[in-house]
Design a protein around this ligand. Structure first.
Ligand SMILES: NC(=O)c1ccc[n+]([C@@H]2O[C@H](COP(=O)([O-])OP(=O)(O)OC[C@H]3O[C@@H](n4cnc5c(N)ncnc54)[C@H](OP(=O)(O)O)[C@@H]3O)[C@@H](O)[C@H]2O)c1
Length: 187
């Protein structure tokens, strides 16, 4: 599979490395270009903008700081500035539930498909495929992405529509839910 990754911070880089190790073609974009260099040395290709990144792959995974999400998708040269042609976008940031609901509506309105997969676990867990993924979005999109997400997640749960993953992460954090693993944000 050819996978685009927008955002190669700690978590995005770990996800890229895991997918490269699983044999996928991986193209990456990051605002700070120097940060993709170790991934290029590991076999990834670089895209010069989110728009270029979104043009080629079978699907795109975004792993961004919450406040960057809408800008990277809908800004000038954003992921959605071209015709998404029904392509699936999976966000693993995780942003707030309200942001994820809005993202789902906006990406769908622009002709794409959108799934949030809120991750529990840190970058080391991602490198080993050991995340717990709480997916929010259409059931059909979850199932179409399940084989891929199973390579990143030791457990993947579909918890509802867009926003439900982010809400479940926050609820689990409040409850100190041990079965869900350790959320990175309270690591
Ligand atoms: N690390 C973890 O263990 C972990 C686990 C679960 C969830 N998360 C979540 O995943 C997200 C990323 O975490 P991280 O640890 O990978 O953080 P990080 O290393 O700081 O990476 C943040 C990413 O967002 C990008 N970014 C920030 N502001 C931007 C902007 N205005 N425009 C475009 N790109 C922008 C950064 O690009 P630059 O390189 O250019 O700054 C970088 O690619 C966060 O929301 C975090 O809460 C992290």
């Amino acid at each position: 599979m050819h996978i685009g990754i927008a955002g190669t911070g700690n978590m995005g880089s770990a996800i890229a490395r895991r997918l490269l190790a699983a044999g996928h073609d991986v193209t990456v974009w990051n605002r700070t270009a120097a940060r993709v260099q170790p991934l290029l040395e590991a076999g990834a290709c670089a895209a010069g903008s989110p728009a270029v990144l979104a043009a080629g792959p079978d699907l795109v995974i975004s792993v961004l700081a919450d406040q960057a999400l809408e800008e990277v998708y809908f800004g000038e040269d954003g992921l959605l500035s071209g015709d998404p042609g029904g392509r699936l976008f999976i966000d693993m940031s995780p942003a707030a539930a309200a942001t994820q609901r809005r993202m789902g509506e906006r990406v769908t309105a622009a002709g794409g498909r959108y799934l949030e997969c809120a991750p529990l676990g840190d970058a080391a867990a991602a490198t080993q495929g050991g995340l717990v993924g709480l997916a929010g979005g259409d059931a059909w999109d979850v199932e179409s992405a399940r084989a891929l997400l199973d390579q990143l997640c030791r457990r993947l749960e579909h918890v509802g529509g867009c926003g439900a993953g982010a809400a479940a992460v926050r609820a689990g954090m409040r409850a100190g839910e041990p079965a869900l693993g350790t959320p990175a944000s309270i690591r």
